[in-house]
Design a protein around this ligand. Structure first.
Ligand SMILES: Cc1cc2nc3c(=O)[nH]c(=O)nc-3n(C[C@H](O)[C@H](O)[C@H](O)COP(=O)(O)O)c2cc1C
Length: 221
């Protein structure tokens, strides 16, 4: 698969086959992702990949926290508070496209919540990842992590693996810190679910589209 194909083929995947990915392939992909650039080569990312019993236990503990009424407790301030104008519109359009793909109407609050809950069930994926960086780092370092994550997602796509980047997986951090050896001083920036996609699932087959290039880019000479 060439680069353009990988860029165009990558889509957030939210339905997975249960088949786990071979460790050898995971080693290759995560080794290649290390080539991502970063400010002064600081490489601020750390990834904790969970599979098998650990994945299941984390799902159980995060869902228990949510169902027990715990409020989200994020180390890094969410960037989507108080979205306005075209940003709010895109956020709403994106949610509606997701509901539509599985026939859920906005008024069906229970179904919407069940769909939301799937975030912490790793959307049924056999693998999850928690991506952290030092807690006292800021936006500049988060850029590095973002570049790393896109590099990782394109490598996954090129290897037939689907993934969903998830801010939601940063929201209930306690069990993650309890069960995993997250490096000292690190906090969770985001997470990801990944595995082989259920190619035909409607939730994997809708397109949220993008704004026209010239609305995002100006050329000067
Ligand atoms: C940093 C980041 C956080 C995201 N968080 C979530 C999330 O918590 N749950 C979810 O279902 N999708 C999440 N997404 C996926 C976006 O909704 C998706 O990338 C966007 O709608 C564009 O669709 P596409 O990835 O299929 O091109 C996230 C994406 C990014 C880049």
């Amino acid at each position: 698969m060439n680069l353009l194909e990988a860029i165009q083929k990558r889509r957030s995947t939210r339905a997975f086959k249960p088949t786990p990915i071979d460790q050898e392939l995971l080693d290759t992909i995560f080794t290649q992702a290390q080539f991502a650039p970063s400010n002064c080569n600081t490489q601020p990312w750390h990834v904790s990949v969970v599979s098998g019993k650990m994945r299941d236990e984390l799902e159980k503990r995060m869902i228990a926290d949510i169902m027990g009424g715990k409020a989200p407790n994020m180390s890094f301030k969410p960037g989507d508070q108080g979205l306005k104008d075209e940003f709010r519109k895109r956020q709403i359009d994106c949610a509606i496209a997701l509901y539509d793909s599985v026939g859920v109407k906005y008024e069906e609050k229970d179904k919407r919540q069940a769909l939301m809950l799937k975030n912490w069930q790793f959307f049924g994926a056999p693998h999850g990842a928690f991506i952290t960086m030092p807690k006292d780092f800021g936006e500049v370092n988060a850029i590095d992590v973002g570049i790393y994550v896109q590099t990782l997602m394109l490598l996954m796509t090129a290897n037939g693996i689907g993934c969903c980047p998830q801010g939601a997986l940063a929201q209930f951090a306690e069990p993650v810190h309890e069960l995993l050896d997250i490096p000292e001083g690190h906090a969770i920036l985001m997470g990801m679910s990944f595995g082989y996609p259920e190619a035909e699932a409607p939730i994997n087959n809708y397109d949220v589209g993008r704004d026209a290039m010239l609305n995002a880019v100006d050329f000067y000479s």
